[in-house]
Design a protein around this ligand. Structure first.
Ligand code: UDP
Length: 238
């Protein structure tokens, strides 16, 4: 029997680095497929799923500009990197017979649909996974902000931020054995204590629209589905 879920529509945000697997760079197809299966299992619950994938596994604007490149140009390169990741995820999901649309904030009609809000909502209603690519389409932003923006526009009930750890800790759990995980934490504490959930503009945008952020481990098999079915450990930023 399919467990009941309290969510009807969610947005999954993952970093580009989540797709590079054991490599230090780029795309690792088995890892992309593993995450696609996690998404498939949630979609199978009847939940409508949006996705935003970062681009840090390929290119980050700040790194480019630190090496002398013009910042906005470097940021556009970062946005293009997110399109590559989105296409890789689309390909993996389609292999699993999950219908998807890649929707780009920068027009490239041969490759992806342009972003038209009502059209994206319709795709979700038809149970297609919408992968929002090219961030917000603007330099000086991040895909965390893009995720928060799209989640608001699509009326998602929460953002699911998949990370390497199972929530938000008072200090880095990779470095400190005595780090303590929060069950819930306020947006303002995230900002004031710089807890590193998402960048400040993304957290503020979530706060101002009462959009909860669920931070969970993407490395836990079945973790995403588990949380939607009411199980597992995670931190809820609210
Ligand atoms: N980016 C941007 N505007 C956006 C989203 C992303 O300019 O709305 C650029 C920015 O240069 C960023 C890069 O795309 O460094 C990759 O995105 P991000 O760093 O958020 O990826 P992640 O860290 O999640 O992999």
């Amino acid at each position: 029997t399919t467990p009941k879920t309290t969510f009807k529509r969610v947005l999954l945000k993952i970093s580009g680095e989540a797709l590079m697997g054991p490599q230090g760079y780029g795309l690792h197809p088995p890892t992309v497929m593993r995450i696609a299966r996690e998404v498939q299992s949630v979609q199978a619950l009847g939940v409508e799923v949006c996705m935003v994938i970062g681009g840090g596994n390929i290119f980050r604007g700040l790194q480019g500009s630190a090496q002398g490149m013009e910042r906005t140009t470097a940021d556009y390169m970062g946005m293009l990197a997110t399109v590559m990741n989105a296409l890789a995820m689309q390909s993996a999901l389609e292999e699993l017979n999950v219908f998807t649309r890649v929707i780009s904030a920068i027009r490239m009609d041969e490759v992806a649909e342009p972003y038209i809000r009502r059209r994206a909502v319709r795709h979700l209603e038809k149970k297609r996974v919408c992968i929002f690519a090219a961030g917000t389409g603007n330099p000086y932003f991040t895909t965390d902000t893009a995720a928060t923006l799209r989640a608001n526009e699509m009326n998602c009930e929460a953002i699911f931020k998949g990370t390497k750890v199972d929530g938000v800790y008072d200090k880095d759990p990779m470095k400190h054995d005595d780090a303590v995980r929060y069950d819930t934490v306020s947006y303002d504490d995230c900002l004031a204590k710089r807890l590193g959930v998402m960048d400040a503009s993304a957290i503020a945008l979530a706060r101002d629209n009462n959009l909860p952020i669920i931070v969970f481990s993407l490395d836990e098999p079945g973790g995403f589905r588990g949380i939607l079915a009411g199980e597992g450990t995670y931190t809820r930023v609210q």
